[in-house]
Design a protein around this ligand. Structure first.
Ligand code: FES
Length: 286
């Protein structure tokens, strides 16, 4: 984890109210993992003292650059949208635990809802760089909010769903998942919590739908289970979700980002933001 001044290189409003900003931050870029985030503070003269969390959207480790993707929702993000190249913000990161891809997984299904694209976008690049196939399902309210395919690598199969049917599949993005669940070795998702809860519900019934028998634990060698929340356990999970939560400190001290897990409270900034779906208590989020 580093605290550094990151210089803005480029700022682009690519959808109404949604911005993509590129920052020069070599130490951050070299250490980051897909699914991690940065905590950003605007300069003191802005009068905005609270930091804001942003997923690390893409990483250029050679060029020492990262991008973040955000929507203008208040004075802090409005200030950032007005920034000019060469201005800097203070960035703390990379923070949290990112996605754990099983080395054996070759086909990855990514599911993003709205701004959740920022949570999985970096994994697209990492997966393609390691010769994996990627299908990315994206859900938005309407065509006006669809993430442009021009900002994605050509190798990705990109499938869109809109709530009003103005582009792609008419309905929820989760309705597309059953078409790909047999093909996908693993699934990684980020978006609104009801979407993640629906995905967790789908994932829980996946093996039964595919006719896979549930075997009891094998005897002898190999019976040891990886502890829930460990890297090994998450790597074996079919569905990993990146949780979005308001954050205060982003380093595990304030408990402002706690969600309920099956084994008790979990800090999204420290134990997450990425969790195996079976670690979370989903009741009440559908
Ligand atoms: S934001 Fe403070 S503990 Fe997570």
């Amino acid at each position: 984890m580093r605290l550094l001044d990151a210089e803005l290189i480029e700022s682009l409003e690519f959808l109404p109210g949604q911005w993509l900003q590129t920052y020069h931050a070599p130490l951050l870029a070299s250490a980051s993992q897909a699914g991690q985030f940065v905590h950003v503070r605007t300069p003191d003269y802005s009068g905005l003292v609270l930091r804001r969390p942003f997923s690390i959207n893409t990483v250029d480790r050679v060029g020492g650059r990262i991008t973040i993707h955000f929507r203008v929702t208040g004075v802090g993000t409005a200030w950032m949208a007005r920034m000019q190249p060469t201005q800097a913000v203070e960035m703390l990161g990379p923070l949290g635990r990112g996605f754990e891809v099983d080395p054996k997984s070759r086909h990855l299904l990514l599911v993003a809802g709205g701004l959740g694209m920022a949570g999985v976008r970096s994994l697209v690049d990492d997966a393609l760089a390691s010769d994996r196939s990627v299908t990315l399902l994206f859900g938005a309210a309407s065509a006006m909010e669809v993430y442009p395919s021009s900002l994605l690598p050509d190798e990705v199969e990109y499938v869109v769903a809109t709530d009003d049917g103005s582009f792609g599949h008419h309905g929820r993005v989760t309705e597309l998942v059953p078409q790909f669940e047999a093909w996908a070795d693993q699934c990684f998702a980020c978006g609104p919590q009801p979407m993640l809860a629906a995905l967790a519900n789908l994932a829980a019934g996946r093996q039964a739908r595919m006719g896979v028998a549930r075997l009891g634990p094998r005897r002898g060698k190999g019976t040891k289970q990886a502890p829930p929340g460990s890297r090994a356990a998450r790597r074996r999970a079919w569905l990993q979700v990146s949780m979005e939560q308001n954050m205060g400190c982003a380093v595990g001290a304030c408990l402002g980002c706690v969600i309920m897990g099956v084994d008790g409270p979990q800090r999204v900034c420290r134990e997450g933001p990425v969790f195996a779906a079976e670690e979370i208590r989903w009741e009440g989020w559908t």
